[in-house]
Design a protein around this ligand. Structure first.
Ligand SMILES: [Zn+2]
Ligand SMILES: [Zn+2]
Length: 131
């Protein structure tokens, strides 16, 4: 369908598709996102699991906390998804691995209290209450 959103890892081994609309998009400043990606923060979009499909290749996973699990391309290491035990019906997908990341703009910051001091961006976006 023309509304589908596609993405993939750096090396091309893993490809995925998001059907329909995302359920929210945020910049996450938590330490776990920083360490697993090596980036100052990660922009995630949340989609219903039934609306997310790996269309090529396989991801490898790492339990980044008691509740969270992060998945990567086993070849190039691109970080593709994050899932959380408390939200089994949803998957977070890295916006930066979309073929056209500009299609899903961020809506808010989360874990803003952990934001690196020199990161300044999108100050007009709301900072969500921490969970
Ligand atoms: Zn790859
Ligand atoms: Zn995070």
């Amino acid at each position: 369908m023309s509304d589908d959103i596609t993405g993939g890892c750096l090396c091309g081994a893993v490809r995925y598709r998001i059907f329909g609309k995302a359920d929210g998009t945020c910049h996450c400043h938590c330490g776990c996102c920083r360490k697993t990606t090596g980036a100052p923060m990660v922009t995630w979009t949340t989609v219903a699991r039934e609306n997310f499909e790996i269309t090529q290749g396989d991801l490898t996973s790492y339990a980044s906390s008691d509740e969270g699990c992060r998945s990567f391309c086993p070849h190039c290491g691109s970080h593709i998804t994050c899932t959380h035990e408390d939200y089994p019906d949803y998957v977070d997908v890295t916006v930066a691995t979309l073929d056209v990341p500009g299609k899903i703009p961020p809506e808010r910051h989360i874990w803003a209290s952990k934001q690196i001091s020199w990161v300044t961006m999108d100050e007009h976006l709301p900072k969500a209450k921490e969970i």
